[in-house]
Ligand binder design. Structure first.
Ligand code: HEC
Length: 107
Protein backbone atom coordinates (compact mmCIF):
# COMPACT_ATOMS: atom_id res chain seq x y z
CA UNK A 1 0.00 0.00 0.00
CA UNK A 2 1.39 3.39 -0.95
CA UNK A 3 0.93 6.00 1.73
CA UNK A 4 2.82 8.49 -0.39
CA UNK A 5 0.85 9.61 -3.35
CA UNK A 6 2.39 8.70 -6.67
CA UNK A 7 1.17 11.20 -9.21
CA UNK A 8 2.23 9.12 -12.19
CA UNK A 9 0.19 6.07 -11.24
CA UNK A 10 -3.06 7.76 -10.28
CA UNK A 11 -3.77 11.44 -10.76
CA UNK A 12 -5.05 13.65 -7.97
CA UNK A 13 -8.30 14.36 -9.76
CA UNK A 14 -9.15 10.70 -10.19
CA UNK A 15 -8.34 10.02 -6.60
CA UNK A 16 -10.51 12.85 -5.38
CA UNK A 17 -13.40 11.65 -7.50
CA UNK A 18 -13.14 8.19 -6.03
CA UNK A 19 -13.29 9.58 -2.47
CA UNK A 20 -16.17 11.83 -3.36
CA UNK A 21 -18.06 8.86 -4.66
CA UNK A 22 -17.38 6.75 -1.59
CA UNK A 23 -18.22 9.57 0.74
CA UNK A 24 -21.35 10.86 -0.98
CA UNK A 25 -22.96 8.01 -2.85
CA UNK A 26 -21.06 4.90 -1.79
CA UNK A 27 -19.64 2.29 -4.10
CA UNK A 28 -21.99 -0.38 -5.32
CA UNK A 29 -19.21 -2.61 -6.62
CA UNK A 30 -17.89 -2.86 -3.05
CA UNK A 31 -21.35 -2.83 -1.46
CA UNK A 32 -20.18 0.20 0.41
CA UNK A 33 -22.80 2.49 1.84
CA UNK A 34 -22.10 6.21 1.52
CA UNK A 35 -20.63 7.83 4.61
CA UNK A 36 -22.96 10.73 3.91
CA UNK A 37 -26.00 8.49 4.48
CA UNK A 38 -25.26 8.52 8.17
CA UNK A 39 -22.73 11.29 8.66
CA UNK A 40 -24.61 13.93 6.71
CA UNK A 41 -23.65 15.76 3.53
CA UNK A 42 -19.89 16.30 3.30
CA UNK A 43 -19.38 14.58 6.63
CA UNK A 44 -21.00 17.40 8.53
CA UNK A 45 -22.71 15.06 11.01
CA UNK A 46 -26.30 14.15 11.84
CA UNK A 47 -27.41 15.19 15.27
CA UNK A 48 -28.12 12.23 17.58
CA UNK A 49 -27.16 9.79 14.84
CA UNK A 50 -23.56 10.07 13.68
CA UNK A 51 -20.70 12.43 14.52
CA UNK A 52 -19.27 14.97 12.11
CA UNK A 53 -16.16 13.88 10.29
CA UNK A 54 -15.30 16.92 8.19
CA UNK A 55 -12.27 18.74 9.52
CA UNK A 56 -11.33 16.08 12.06
CA UNK A 57 -7.70 15.09 11.99
CA UNK A 58 -6.99 12.45 9.37
CA UNK A 59 -4.93 10.48 11.90
CA UNK A 60 -7.82 10.43 14.35
CA UNK A 61 -10.32 9.33 11.69
CA UNK A 62 -8.05 6.62 10.31
CA UNK A 63 -7.31 5.29 13.80
CA UNK A 64 -11.00 5.02 14.60
CA UNK A 65 -11.63 3.08 11.40
CA UNK A 66 -8.66 0.77 12.02
CA UNK A 67 -9.90 0.05 15.54
CA UNK A 68 -13.23 -1.16 14.22
CA UNK A 69 -11.45 -3.24 11.59
CA UNK A 70 -9.26 -4.78 14.26
CA UNK A 71 -12.28 -5.40 16.47
CA UNK A 72 -10.95 -3.31 19.34
CA UNK A 73 -13.58 -0.57 19.18
CA UNK A 74 -17.07 -1.56 20.18
CA UNK A 75 -18.86 1.76 20.31
CA UNK A 76 -20.97 2.09 17.19
CA UNK A 77 -19.73 -1.18 15.75
CA UNK A 78 -23.19 -2.16 14.58
CA UNK A 79 -23.27 0.75 12.18
CA UNK A 80 -19.60 1.20 11.39
CA UNK A 81 -18.56 -2.47 11.44
CA UNK A 82 -20.02 -3.42 8.06
CA UNK A 83 -18.74 -0.19 6.54
CA UNK A 84 -15.11 -0.49 7.60
CA UNK A 85 -14.83 -4.09 6.41
CA UNK A 86 -15.15 -2.76 2.90
CA UNK A 87 -12.36 -0.22 3.19
CA UNK A 88 -8.77 -1.19 2.45
CA UNK A 89 -5.75 0.72 3.77
CA UNK A 90 -5.64 2.95 0.76
CA UNK A 91 -9.34 3.82 1.08
CA UNK A 92 -8.86 4.63 4.77
CA UNK A 93 -5.88 6.90 4.17
CA UNK A 94 -7.49 8.70 1.26
CA UNK A 95 -10.93 9.09 2.84
CA UNK A 96 -9.44 10.37 6.09
CA UNK A 97 -7.28 12.92 4.30
CA UNK A 98 -10.22 13.95 2.19
CA UNK A 99 -12.55 14.39 5.18
CA UNK A 100 -9.92 16.42 7.02
CA UNK A 101 -9.56 18.70 4.00
CA UNK A 102 -13.33 19.35 3.89
CA UNK A 103 -13.15 21.08 7.23
CA UNK A 104 -10.33 23.36 6.17
CA UNK A 105 -12.23 24.35 3.08
CA UNK A 106 -15.30 25.46 5.03
CA UNK A 107 -13.44 27.72 7.48
C1 HEC B 1 -24.98 3.06 8.75
C2 HEC B 1 -24.56 4.37 9.20
C3 HEC B 1 -23.12 4.77 8.97
C4 HEC B 1 -22.41 4.76 7.78
C5 HEC B 1 -22.89 4.33 6.41
C6 HEC B 1 -21.10 5.30 8.10
N1 HEC B 1 -21.01 5.60 9.44
FE1 HEC B 1 -19.33 6.25 10.43
N2 HEC B 1 -20.37 6.24 12.20
C7 HEC B 1 -21.69 5.90 12.35
C8 HEC B 1 -22.06 6.03 13.76
C9 HEC B 1 -23.42 5.74 14.37
C10 HEC B 1 -20.89 6.47 14.45
C11 HEC B 1 -20.72 6.73 15.94
C12 HEC B 1 -20.14 5.48 16.51
C13 HEC B 1 -19.75 5.57 17.95
O1 HEC B 1 -20.60 5.37 18.82
O2 HEC B 1 -18.58 5.82 18.20
C14 HEC B 1 -19.84 6.58 13.43
C15 HEC B 1 -18.55 7.00 13.69
C16 HEC B 1 -17.55 7.16 12.74
C17 HEC B 1 -16.20 7.59 13.03
C18 HEC B 1 -15.64 7.96 14.40
C19 HEC B 1 -15.81 9.44 14.59
C20 HEC B 1 -15.53 9.91 15.98
O3 HEC B 1 -15.41 11.12 16.16
O4 HEC B 1 -15.41 9.07 16.89
C21 HEC B 1 -15.52 7.62 11.85
C22 HEC B 1 -14.07 8.01 11.62
C23 HEC B 1 -16.46 7.23 10.81
N3 HEC B 1 -17.69 6.95 11.38
C24 HEC B 1 -16.16 7.19 9.47
C25 HEC B 1 -17.05 6.78 8.46
C26 HEC B 1 -16.70 6.72 7.05
C27 HEC B 1 -15.36 7.14 6.45
C28 HEC B 1 -17.80 6.23 6.40
C29 HEC B 1 -17.96 5.93 4.92
C30 HEC B 1 -16.96 5.08 4.30
C31 HEC B 1 -18.84 5.99 7.41
N4 HEC B 1 -18.34 6.34 8.65
C32 HEC B 1 -20.09 5.49 7.15
C33 HEC B 1 -22.56 5.48 11.36
C34 HEC B 1 -22.22 5.29 10.01
Amino acid sequence: MALVHEPDSRGDIDDREIRLREQRVGDESKQLQACANCHGPDGSGERYAAPYLAGQSAVYLANAIREWKAGTRHSGEKQMGPVVLRLDDEDIAALSAYLESLGEASH
